[in-house]
Design a protein around this ligand. Sequence first.
Ligand SMILES: [Zn+2]
Length: 220
Amino acid sequence: MIYDCELICDIVSLYIDEALSEKSRLIVDAHLAECETCRNYYQRYVEQNTAEPVVDTGTKMALDLAVKARKYRMYQVVMFAVAALSFCTFGLSWFGYTGITEISGFVIFHHPLAMIGIILFTVAIWYHFRHAGRRLMMGGVGISAIILIEIWAFFTIRTGSTAGFQIGPFHYDIPIVADIDFAESLRYTLPGFYIAFVGTLLTAVLFVLFVRQTKRLGEG
Ligand SMILES: [Zn+2]
């Protein structure tokens, strides 16, 4: 062998890229034909450089994350639109009494808990998708508070007697359940209440689906 193996191995990449001069190429050809060591080296070199294209995992992960974030944003917008629509129904009349102005569902805002519930629920929708647990907890507590206050309002703004008390600027009426006349109560309840109540329940169900769906984005 005229040429040193080390020298041949050094230029093997140029040989593969066809960047060698005709003369050099013939030298490498001749060497590879008779040297098994260099032939093996050449073979390995070709395999390593033509098999899997080297994936930049960092870039791939960033791209994955961007796709997930966009998907999540879409779910968030839908979830928020449904929740906002449902909360808007609180503007409908809940109760009507003869000779008295109808009472809308905004009565629930007399209870700070309902407002805290709405804030918590809204934050839960816009929370980062990596934290499914926190999102579920905040949203769950938020929507539960709203449902609780709806039921509370349903019983307190009633014909039954209540025991009222004041905390700061907020007045509470605890229904005296034994005194509630259900037939009378139902008579004064307007469709607005049922629309709002069913709307809140559907929002809660949709929220659970939203969290389940987006949880996978955070895990995968
Ligand atoms: Zn050799």
